[in-house]
Structures are given as structure tokens and as C-alpha cells.
Write a protein that binds this ligand. Structure first.
Ligand code: ADP
Ligand code: ZN
Ligand code: ZN
Length: 738
């Protein structure tokens, strides 16, 4: 080994330690190829790992004798750009998460396993309109790029990568630069899709004045960073606003990243995008095969695709020609990753847009309190679509007091009448209940025994059809017992309502009418959800019953009555986020009503008709609710008026997580100036999957101070001997305290 060169590679290895590791280059390496952002294979302990090169150091002073050599270099060019690396570094600091884990999360599984970053299908390259008329002096410092551009300009057709390679050595970097500059574009076939061609296949709808105002505001400054909060009631035409802004971004030959909360919504939106645009549109989400995600990621990385639609996991997909980021349903909790690297895709997307100096649009009918607060602080620009598009009118909300009413399987007599009236008009009814299974509790009528999970602090849920008792918090299940385990009595009663039980009730109460149930149990089989949705849209179904799966995005034009069977159970959570979530859920579910020309109604059954949350929402709407809720958060100094970090720990033995968090508390007390330290306390669900869980909440009115404290604390926590006996994690800006 030639130690006189002393080139040292700083590498992010995906292990739970928050530091980079130094390696020596392999034998016979090409210095040109050693660029930050390539993947390498390295020996680590007794294993080999796929890791990412972060920095190349010419460290003369270092003793290299102890360093190991990289086994192999996997990529010929960096997969992550300088800006990607900058973003991931930011995320690592902000979330105090191990660097290797953060970097590897940017890649799809196939690339994490070391699969090639080349595509099998041939790529064809041709000059764009800009590229064919570009002023040569702009490239006078890049002779290779200029030569390659001239080569491509001289061709009538696109050239394949192989054809370029035959007349050009080291062509990849200059080609990439030309693509990034928008002078060259790449496609899957030799004569498709030159950028001279029309981008749109279908002309846009005529925007209404509010839509037009929103489009104009965003279009006026497309070339710089800004955050827009597009607050539009359900059915107000937000998607049309996205489409018209996207068209302008595509016209400038830039890429668009669209992030969505739910996989189920991607096919609908993808279809709508593909009807409108002729450009290459890729989708990226966890239900795609490893191969599909691999291809989509690389097409995006090579600048071939123009639009990428994806869920949270698409956040870090490369954007060599960044133009715009859209994050739809920004309030949705699924944008927060809840295990491992616990990041908020919304918050990182905003940082990403800022680093790339491009606009980002956050859309929602029920914006998060954080985003509304940021509008107040003038950090985001609010654009409002207060009316439904076309001829649709907003639904009317009402509370139905069910105290002292005789309920039939959860349905009050006035509700049954209302449903019958709607069905008689040949209109559809949607019934919402956020609880799967037959009944949430199985109780003994003789002695009061309740069937509980032995591994969790939770009741077992009755699943009648499968004759099972299931825990919804761990994987355990058992046969539905006919006998009380405490007193042997056979008087076991299911208590409370789940969707399975309501489905049965619907057959009894409305025997003439066809109903369908949409929840995680009924849509498990691949394609089942789509079958149900098709049946609904073809009018083969009169009553749609389901869980929160129904709340999101679906467009059921013939639904005119939405029923929330039981809103009360959401009113009593101890988590301060709960009212916000409940209000959003109610408004989103309500938004399924009356989406077309017929007027919609929403009925909420409650035993709390005086409850302020329900009253404000019903009579004054979401904005009024949000205003009150923010005032309450301010008063209590809760986020967004303060910043939180939650340390969680669990172990099989109860005292271990407690001892660990007590040791952490001691560390905090050595340094802490003003952070509020709450705990350690048992987690709201103190036992889950056989693990005892404790938590410690840190809160500070200054974000910076909180992070300074954590910077100091984290390395010390990692070294605690108590840390080795528990599983622990840090959650920055936690969105639920469970
Ligand atoms: P959102 O995303 O806000 O829920 P959509 O963009 O899905 O709303 O629009 C709801 C419905 O209104 C769709 O059927 C859409 O085609 C229609 N729509 C949207 N904008 C217009 C418009 N300017 N004129 C007529 N119909 C429109
Ligand atoms: Zn009993
Ligand atoms: Zn359990």
C-alpha cells in the first residue's frame, strides 16, 4: 500500500453510531471516481456494509496503518449531489440521528443492498430547445461539456449512451452537467419526447378567480424559495392549481417532486397527471417492488423523469433539475416517520426547497397548527380557496345528541330515519367509525373480567368472523374464547362497536341496501380496495362504511350524507395533539359529502353536544377551531410556541428503561439551564409487545437552546452503561406522545 499519498475516505456506514469512519481507497482506484456521494462496499467488523462516501481527505498527518481499505467502489458517478449531501447532513444534525442511517435512507432498498446504479434500458440523449441555441461563451470554462454539446447538436436524432461513449472518454460528468443546465434531455427511446414537443396533452380547466389568484402568486416567483400554504376546502380545486403551476415549471425543463400521504391516493393522482402531461412521470412508494423503486429512483437521479409522485419515502429522491416541491395534505401524520430515523418529511421538504432555492406548496383543507402559526409569523404565504370548485356547495354539519336515546347497534332513531331518507333518494351514505373489528372489548357479564393482551396494556379486540381475539398493538391473537378465564362463566359479552359489528347492523337495519366495508381488514388482499372503490363509483353500493381510510382524498360524487357514529371517543385523549387530529379527521370525513352538484349533510352522533371543539367546528368551521386551539397552545407554552424532544426507552425488565432515563436526567441536570424536563414517566401505553416503556420529555421555548442541549447530551447518552441494556430513541418534534 502506498502510504505517501495518504488519501483518506470519510465514510457514512449504516450502523447506530453517530460518526463517520475513515478508510483507505482500494488498490488501483481512479481518483476521478472518488467523489462524495458514491456508494462503496466496506469491511466493518466481521461484516461488509454498503456505505456512502462523504469526504475525500488529503490527511498527511494521519497514521494510516490502522485504517482498512474499501473493498469496492460501486458507482462511477455520485448518486447524491452536493446539495443532497448538504441536506442529509442538516437532517442528521437536526434529528441527532446516526449519520450512516440518515444517508442510507436516501436510497431505495436495491441500492442499499449494493445493486447497480445503471439502468438496463438504453438512454437516449438529445439537445433541448435551450441547448440548441445556447451562447457558447457560457461554456468556455467547460470544454468537455461544449464538445459534447456540439456533438449532440450535430445529430438529427438522439444518441445513446453507448454511442456517446464510443467517441467520448469520460463523458458521464459533462453529460450530467449539460442535463442539469437544461441543455440536454434524456429519454427512453430515440425519437420520443424532445423538449420542443408540447408538454400538455389536455388543456387546463378554466381556473376560477381564487384558483387564478393562487396560480398567479406562485408563478410570479418560480425561481426562488418560498413556502405557500394552499388552504382549500375539500373539492376546492387544489389539484388544478398544482397542475397549472407544474405546467410552468415543466416548460422551463425543471423537475417536480410531489409528496402524498397515502399510497392509495397515488394511482388516482397519477392518472390525472398522465392525462394532463406528456412528460415522464414516475411513482415511488412502498407498495412498489424493489425493482420498480430502483428504476424510478435512478430515472429521477439521471434527470430523465420530469415528475415524481411519491410518499414520505420519496422525500430524498434526487432532483438534478429542481423546480418545485408539492406536499399535499400537509397536516397528515403519515409524513412523520415513526420509527428509526424519525423525520418529518414536511419539515425536511421545506429545508430542501430552501437549500435548492425553489418554491414549495403545502396543500390542505385542514392545515396543521404549525403551518398556520408559520403563516402568522409571515414565514409562509397563505393562499386560500374558500369555495368548492364547479357547482359543488359545502356540506352542512350538525351534532345529534344521543343522550337518553335508545340505540340500535349504535344507531339512534333520528339517524336511522335520516339514512333511510337519503337512500330513498338513491343517494349514497358514508358511515365513519374509526375502530376495526367487531367490538373493542370482550367482558364477562358475571365477574367483570376483560380479555386483555398478555404482552400489551391493551384490551383484545373481538374479530367475530374469524373467531379471533386480536391485539391491535402487537401481532398476538388467540381463538375467541367462549368461557371467562376468571370465573368459567359462558356469559361473555362483546362491548362497544367496531366496523365489523356495524356492518352486521347495517344488514339488519337496512336489509334492502347494499353496503361495503373499507378498513384494513377488508382491504388486505391486493387490489381489494380498488374493487370496492370501483363498485362504489359504479353506484353498486348504497352504504359505505369505514375507518379513517375513507377520510383521505376519495371522491365519491353520489355521497350526500356522511355519518360519524361516535365522535366522543376522540375527545378524551391525554395527548395535546388529539384535538387537532380529531378536528382534521372530522372535517376531512365531512368533506366526502356532497362533492358534486347535490348538497351534502354531515351528522355527528355525540353525548357531548356542548363540547367546545365540536361546537366551534360545527358552527364556525376549521379556521375558528384552529385559532382557538393555537391560543390554547400559546397559553400552555406547547408547540408551536415551544419545542420538544422525546426520549423513549424500553426493555423486557421494567426497571431498566427507568434506570436509563434517570441516568439521562442526571446528565441533563449537570448542564441544563432552562429546558423543561418532564419525566421519566411510564409511556401512556406502559407495556407493549412484552416491553416496558418509559419516556422523558424535554421542552424549551427556544429551538436553538434545545438543540444545543441535545448536542451536548447525545454523545454522553450513547456512552451510558445503562444505555446498553435498553432500546432507546430520540424523537424530535414528536407528533404523538405514545
Ligand atoms: P381538491 O384537490 O381541492 O380536493 P380537486 O382539484 O380534486 O379538489 O377538484 C375537485 C373537483 O372540482 C374535481 O372534479 C375537479 O375536476 C373540479 N374542478 C377543479 N377546478 C375546477 C374549475 N376551475 N372548474 C371546474 N371544475 C373544477
Ligand atoms: Zn367471569
Ligand atoms: Zn398486544
Amino acid at each position: 500500500m502506498n502510504s505517501s499519498k495518504n488519501i483518506i475516505l470519510s465514510i457514512a456506514v449504516p450502523i447506530p453510531l453517530n460518526r463517520l469512519f475513515d478508510y483507505l481507497p482500494p488498490d488501483n482506484y481512479d481518483l476521478q471516481q472518488l467523489k462524495p456521494g458514491i456508494r462503496v462496499k466496506v469491511p466493518f467488523g466481521k461484516q461488509t456494509k454498503i456505505a456512502v462516501l462523504i469526504e475525500v481527505k488529503n490527511d498527511v498527518a494521519c497514521d494510516v496503518s490502522k485504517l482498512k481499505q474499501v473493498d469496492a467502489i460501486l458507482d462511477t458517478e455520485p448518486l447524491l449531489s452536493h446539495q443532497d449531501i448538504q441536506l442529509l447532513n442538516w437532517a442528521k444534525h437536526y434529528y441527532h440521528h446516526p449519520v450512516g442511517d440518515v444517508f442510507i435512507s436516501a436510497f431505495p432498498t436495491a441500492l442499499r443492498k449494493g445493486k447497480t446504479s445503471e439502468l438496463k434500458s438504453t438512454a437516449y440523449h438529445l439537445v433541448t430547445a435551450t441547448g440548441s441555441t445556447v451562447d457558447e461563451s457560457l461554456l468556455k470554462n467547460a470544454p468537455k461539456q461544449l464538445a459534447l454539446l456540439k456533438l449532440l447538436q450535430s445529430q438529427r436524432n438522439a444518441l445513446s449512451s453507448q454511442e456517446i461513449a464510443s467517441s467520448f472518454k469520460l463523458w458521464r460528468a459533462p453529460l450530467k452537467a449539460l442535463i442539469t443546465k437544461g441543455y440536454v434531455c434524456t429519454s427512453d427511446s430515440r425519437n420520443s419526447q424532445s423538449s420542443h414537443k408540447q408538454i400538455t396533452l389536455q388543456s387546463p380547466l378554466t381556473a376560477n378567480p381564487q384558483q387564478q389568484a393562487a396560480i398567479n402568486s406562485i408563478s410570479a416567483q418560480l425561481e426562488q424559495f418560498a413556502v405557500y400554504l394552499l388552504e382549500g376546502v375539500t373539492g376546492s380545486g387544489k389539484t388544478e392549481v398544482y397542475l397549472q403551476v407544474i405546467e410552468q415549471v415543466l416548460a422551463r425543463n425543471l423537475q417536480v417532486l410531489v409528496l402524498l400521504p397515502e399510497i392509495t391516493l397515488t394511482p388516482q393522482l397519477e392518472a390525472r397527471f398522465k392525462q394532463r402531461f406528456s412528460v415522464l412521470i414516475e411513482t415511488y412508494h412502498s407498495q412498489h417492488s424493489e425493482n420498480q423503486r430502483h428504476t424510478a429512483w435512478i430515472k429521477q437521479q439521471k434527470g430523465r423523469s420530469a415528475i415524481l409522485l411519491g410518499t414520505r419515502s420519496a422525500l430524498f429522491t434526487p432532483l438534478p433539475r429542481p423546480g418545485l416541491i408539492i406536499l399535499d395534505e400537509e397536516h397528515d401524520a403519515s409524513f412523520k416517520q415513526q420509527e428509526g430515523f424519525r423525520f418529518s418529511a414536511r419539515d425536511i421538504a421545506i429545508v430542501r426547497a430552501k437549500m435548492l432555492n425553489i418554491p414549495i406548496i403545502l396543500g390542505s383543507a385542514t392545515p396543521s397548527l404549525e403551518s398556520l402559526y408559520n403563516v402568522d409569523k409571515k414565514r409562509y404565504q397563505l393562499l386560500r380557496l374558500p369555495h368548492r370548485a364547479g357547482n359543488a356547495t359545502p356540506p352542512s354539519l350538525s351534532l345529534l345528541d344521543i343522550r337518553n336515546q335508545v340505540l340500535q347497534q349504535g344507531f339512534s332513531p333520528p339517524l336511522i330515519r335520516e339514512i333511510n331518507r337519503t337512500l330513498a333518494k338513491n343517494e349514497q351514505v358514508l358511515i365513519f367509525l374509526n375502530r376495526r373489528g367487531y367490538a373493542p372489548t370482550l367482558i364477562c357479564h358475571s365477574c367483570g373480567w376483560v380479555a386483555q393482551c398478555s404482552r400489551c396494556d391493551a384490551n383484545l379486540v373481538v374479530h367475530y368472523k374469524q373467531q379471533k381475539l386480536r391485539c391491535h398493538h402487537c401481532a398476538s391473537e388467540q381463538a375467541l374464547t367462549q368461557q371467562c378465564l376468571a370465573c368459567k362463566s359462558a356469559e361473555l359479552k362483546p362491548l362497544g362497536l367496531g366496523t365489523e359489528r356495524v356492518e352486521q347492523a347495517l344488514h339488519q337495519l337496512f336489509p334492502e341496501h347494499k353496503s361495503v366495508r373499507l378498513d384494513r381488514d377488508s382491504t388486505q388482499r391486493k387490489g381489494a380496495l380498488q374493487l370496492h372503490l370501483d363498485a362504489i363509483n359504479q353506484g353498486k353500493v348504497d352504504i359505505i362504511l369505514g375507518t379513517q381510510m375513507l377520510a383521505k382524498g376519495h371522491h365519491f360524487p353520489n355521497v350526500t350524507l356522511v355519518v360519524l357514529l361516535d365522535v366522543d371517543s376522540g375527545l378524551f385523549s391525554i395527548d395535546f395533539h388529539a384535538p387537532e387530529r380529531l378536528a382534521q379527521l372530522i372535517i376531512q370525513v365531512a368533506g366526502r359529502s356532497g362533492r358534486a352538484t347535490k348538497k351534502g349533510r354531515v351528522i355527528m352522533q355525540t353525548r357531548q353536544p356542548e363540547h367546545p371543539l365540536l361546537n366551534t367546528l360545527t358552527h364556525q368551521g376549521y379556521q375558528a377551531f384552529a385559532k382557538t386551539a393555537l391560543a390554547e397552545r400559546k397559553q400552555a407554552e406547547l408547540p408551536p410556541y415551544s419545542y420538544q424532544a422525546l426520549l423513549r426507552a424500553n426493555a423486557h425488565e421494567q426497571q431498566l428503561p427507568l434506570e436509563f432515563l434517570l441516568a439521562v436526567t442526571e446528565l441533563i441536570n449537570q448542564h441544563n439551564d432552562q429546558a423543561l424536563v418532564l419525566g421519566p414517566v411510564p409511556a401512556p401505553m406502559a407495556k407493549k409487545s412484552g416491553q416496558f416503556r418509559y419516556q422523558l420529555l424535554l421542552q424549551h421555548t427556544q429551538r436553538k437552546q434545545l438543540h444545543l442541549l441535545l448536542n451536548d447530551l447525545m454523545p454522553k447518552i450513547e456512552k451510558l452503561k445503562q444505555a446498553r441494556k435498553v432500546r432507546w430513541s430520540l424523537d424530535i418534534d414528536p407528533i404523538d406522545l405514545y
